[in-house]
Design a protein around this ligand. Sequence first.
Ligand code: AMP
Length: 245
Amino acid sequence: MPRSSPASGQKVSDPVVLLFFGPPGSGKGTQSKMITDWLQIHTISTGEIFRAEVQAGTSLGRAAQDIMNSGGLVGDDIVNAMLETRLSQLDLHHGVLLDGYPRTIPQAQFLDQFLTARGLPEPTVLHLDSPRDIIIHRVSGRRHCAACNRGYNIYFQPPQVEGVCDYDGEPLSIREDDREEIVRERLLDYDRRTSPLLGYYEGRDYHRIDGNRPPEEVAREVATRLEGQMVRVRSSLTARRHRGL
Ligand code: AMP
């Protein structure tokens, strides 16, 4: 990842709001982790929150489980309320990266209202695009450790020993919603309900990125597209470190 230095004349505390947008299996999760490690901003992944709620057996998890397993989308009211709660708990001084939200026009409208009310900037939308056959192949290779939540892919990020987590030796499994027939449902829902967001964000700070490349290459392009934001966040981080925060 490139390093940026503070630019003169810029406010040190400008936050950034990044949205990773793309069909399941487009690499949003991988890219989000790389970017947040680099920028040190918070990430909210609505899918991960739902999976944690399901695992913990909460009422939210019970409400979401069947919908998730069938490849559908959880209702806007539930997702929006959950997101607002999470965002309100975070220090948004540097901003936030949202992975998997918004996924519908009402969610995008809700987010815009929230950002305006909190004095946060317009989102930068990073749209990771990949052909469908590649996505289905990629998702079919995903494996998951239920004990430590680490993810693998048998095609390009395999565990050292087949079927076993490198970190805790627990058996790896396939997520219910990564099965091919469910992925096809998720892609249909994406076309029907999430694709219209491209029109919603048209003319705003929107970037289409070819996600059908090795993750490091995609990350380099994301970094290039974000150069302006990088400068702001890095200068904010440097200023905080100097103040011992
Ligand atoms: P993900 O890991 O982002 O693919 O999300 C897994 C599942 O969680 C999705 O297939 C949906 O059922 C649910 N989900 C995650 N984010 C949202 C959202 N923003 N709106 C509705 N449902 C969501």
